[in-house]
Design a protein around this ligand. Structure first.
Ligand SMILES: Cc1cc2nc3c(=O)[nH]c(=O)nc-3n(C[C@H](O)[C@H](O)[C@H](O)COP(=O)(O)O)c2cc1C
Length: 399
């Protein structure tokens, strides 16, 4: 968990979206982050301290002059200890005050003492957000190195529609993680393929596999966190694409082939974690196939091999493949690595419990082009994503 033991100072200002910050605290503490909440006086008109206190497990701070306990001045000590400060929701008022160095309450005073990254999540009525004064304050703060997560568009609590909704709590968590992650993939363009393909027999039936996309999505998210410019080409899955990646959805092996090949030349590294069908029906019925006969023979033909195709134009690019096998895992993986001119292959036995398709965990062997083989214990796919990226980072460092 990336945010484990990270000290997060969460400022809550007096906006209608203050209640959403409770969910933010829950998501952060779920990752074992240490959250200290500071509320403005006006925030307490919208929501009480008790809920923040219960969810964060820490006392909520609000009064500047309550702070001196013993020799510790908390409006200095808390910012010193924090890895990052986040203000969600950030009102037009607090943005204006921070932009002009006003320190008339605990939160704004702390912001002047803060030397670590500060992330503001504005939320307000669309006209307030569009107001030149607010926009000038945001621009001024951005120039000074403050970070913003833009509000979303949609229906606003004030009855208006437009830009002004607080970014979703999971989006804010992503942004926090992004700001706190080392950027060893900065400037690298990474293409990830994920999920299953569908080969249609008729308009409503298809041949597919149980790939959930979890492994590829975890890699795409982790690569983005580490600074990469990520393109994710994905078959249809039931999970949300990570924020901040270029997302391309496909259905068939043919579409996957086309889209991967279209992006491939503009990337430095390709990680093929999708489960692409090796065969497709020789013809697709334009109408639903009726159950008129006792038997139905389906003729299948080979799909085009994506890895073989990209490996022909490999150049300096790093190619990483996956091998999902049910037997002789290491042997088949070694053959695939060699045949397809890959730099690294991640192999797993998909029949093993809690590993492979659909699971949140995976147990893999990683084999390098130089023959090095690493056998990993069962681990979360989110952690494995970073293990794979660590190996790719070393390959980049060597090239
Ligand atoms: C019902 C209600 C909802 C409000 N919602 C917002 C809001 O979403 N965003 C905002 O910037 N101000 C909002 N305000 C105005 C702020 O509460 C007001 O500017 C206040 O001074 C902000 O104080 P603070 O920034 O110190 O918390 C709202 C006011 C009321 C009465």
């Amino acid at each position: 968990m990336k945010l484990e033991n990270k000290n997060i100072l969460l400022g809550v200002a007096g906006g209608i979206a203050a209640y959403k910050s409770l969910e933010l605290v829950r998501l952060l503490t779920k990752q074992n982050a240490v959250v200290n909440v500071v509320m403005t006086e006006h925030a307490e008109k919208f929501i009480g301290r008790m809920s923040f206190q219960a969810l964060s497990g820490n006392p909520v701070l609000a009064d500047t002059f309550d702070l001196v306990s013993g020799v510790e001045i908390k409006h200095i000590a808390l910012p010193d200890d924090a890895s990052i400060a986040v203000i969600a929701p950030a009102t037009a008022n607090i943005i204006g005050k921070i932009a002009h160095g006003i320190a008339d309450d605990l939160l704004t005073t702390m912001m002047l003492a803060m030397t670590k990254p500060v992330l503001l999540a504005p939320s307000m009525n669309v006209h307030m957000y569009d107001n030149r004064v607010v926009q000038d304050n945001i621009a001024r703060l951005r120039q000074l190195g403050y970070h913003f997560i833009e509000p979303n568009e949609g229906w606003l609590a004030c009855g208006y529609e437009g830009k002004g909704r607080l970014a979703e709590p999971d989006q804010i968590v992503d942004e926090i993680e992004l700001l706190l992650t080392r950027k060893d993939f900065q400037g690298k363009r990474v293409l990830v393929s994920a999920g299953p393909t569908r080969e249609y027999l008729d308009p409503i039936r298809f041949i597919s596999n149980p790939s959930s996309g979890k492994m590829g999505y975890a890699i795409a998210r982790a690569a983005r966190m580490r600074g990469a410019d990520v393109t994710l080409v994905s078959g249809k899955v039931n999970i949300k694409p990570p924020y901040g990646v270029h997302y391309v959805e496909v259905e068939s092996a043919h579409q996957m082939f086309e889209q991967v090949n279209a992006s491939f030349r503009k990337t430095d590294c390709i990680i093929m974690s999708s489960a692409v069908s090796d065969f497709t029906p020789s013809s697709t019925s334009p109408q639903k196939i009726k159950k008129t006969a006792d038997h139905l023979d389906i003729s299948l033909e080979r799909t085009r091999d994506i890895l073989s195709s990209v490996s022909k134009g490999k150049g300096d690019r790093i190619i990483v493949g996956f091998a999902a096998e049910t037997e002789n895992v290491e042997q088949y993986a070694r053959e695939k690595l060699r045949q397809k001119n890959m730099d690294m292959i991640v192999a797993n036995n998909v029949t093993e419990k809690n590993s492979g398709f659909e699971a949140d965990t995976n147990k893999v062997i990683i084999i390098g082009r130089d023959g090095t083989t690493e056998d990993f214990p069962l681990m979360r796919k989110t952690d494995l994503a970073d293990v794979i990226l660590d190996r790719i980072a070393s390959l980049f460092a060597r090239s």
